[in-house]
Write a protein that binds this ligand. Structure first.
Ligand code: ATR
Length: 270
């Protein structure tokens, strides 16, 4: 039985063990996938201890994605661009490969929900690690424009500058937000505090979609606000399942059926 885990701090409420076990069960396999709370001051030691005891792969969540990036011996191109790693793999040579599946997870979830990115006008709220992690796959779909708006305008401008070569992307403060967007992605951690960035009422184009990278038992304040303005709303649970599926594929070479697992998660049966 292959050993995998998710590292986080805290990590007790992680859905990743049930998601990955459900993926394995789809083709009659069993994996040993646990949640491990790594110490804040020794992430590298936790990965070392895990591989010493037979671990072959790990997902990495808050707050260790940048440390995992620094720890990896080799990095995928998309991880280099993201500056973060959410998937570690032990290679047959005993080295550690780092990759990130968050961005592809977000884009696949949008595709599965029929949200077109190509030629669309996209607004992204936030300019932290979570947003940096998804920019490349979003820009690769060919949106007409992407505006990154952040409380700290300078961070949004710097982030946009880093991705200039990939398409039409600009950054600014929330005061630069104007016009109607086909898709608004909330990548701020404001939801956690129940906060909402200051946004104009006329934010959404007709048939516009609001996507929150966060999820919870109840819709986030951002999604509630968007629903009141007639936008279609999607939470980040689908992204969670899709990023997990891509990690699973990296480790085990099989593409799980994500729809079945997402439905089970929503029904709270896995
Ligand atoms: P993460 O890994 O979740 O991206 P981060 O790198 O700390 O974490 O980034 C958090 C993001 O949420 C930032 O864009 C932050 O805005 P600032 O750059 O101005 O700090 C944003 N954020 C956090 N709390 C917020 C709030 N109450 N209102 C608006 N934006 C908020």
């Amino acid at each position: 039985t292959e050993r995998y885990c998710v590292f986080g701090h805290p990590v007790g409420h992680s859905r990743s063990p049930s998601i990955h076990s459900a993926f394995a069960a789809q083709h009659g396999a069993t994996i040993d996938y646990t949640a491990i709370e790594a110490p804040l001051d020794d992430f590298a030691g936790a990965w070392q201890a895990f591989t010493n005891t037979g671990g072959v792969g790990a997902n990495v969540t808050v707050p260790f994605k940048e440390e995992a990036f620094r720890l990896a011996d080799t990095l995928s191109e998309r991880a280099k661009r993201a500056g973060a790693v959410n998937t570690l793999s032990l290679t047959s040579a005993g080295t550690t490969q780092g990759d990130t599946t968050d961005g592809v997870g977000l884009v696949r979830d949008l595709e599965h929900h029929g949200v077109a990115l190509k030629d669309s006008h996209v607004l992204i709220l936030g300019a932290g690690g979570a947003v940096r992690g998804v920019l490349e796959p979003i820009l690769a779909t060919g949106p007409a424009s992407v505006l990154i708006a952040n409380r700290t305008a300078m961070k949004a401008r710097a982030l946009a500058a880093d991705f200039q070569d990939m398409g039409s992307v600009e950054g600014g403060g929330f005061d630069t937000v104007s016009g109607a967007y086909d898709l608004v992605i909330n990548g701020t951690s404001a939801s956690l505090a129940g906060d909402l960035p200051p946004l104009p009422d006329s934010l959404f184009a007709s048939n516009g979609t609001a996507y929150d990278m966060m999820y919870g038992a109840e819709p986030t304040v951002f999604l509630q606000w968007a629903r009141e303005r007639s936008a279609r709303t999607l939470d980040g649970l689908g992204m969670l399942v899709e990023q997990a599926a891509e990690s699973y594929y990296l480790w085990r070479g099989k593409h799980p059926d994500t729809r079945a697992v997402l439905e089970a998660l929503r029904a709270d049966v896995v």
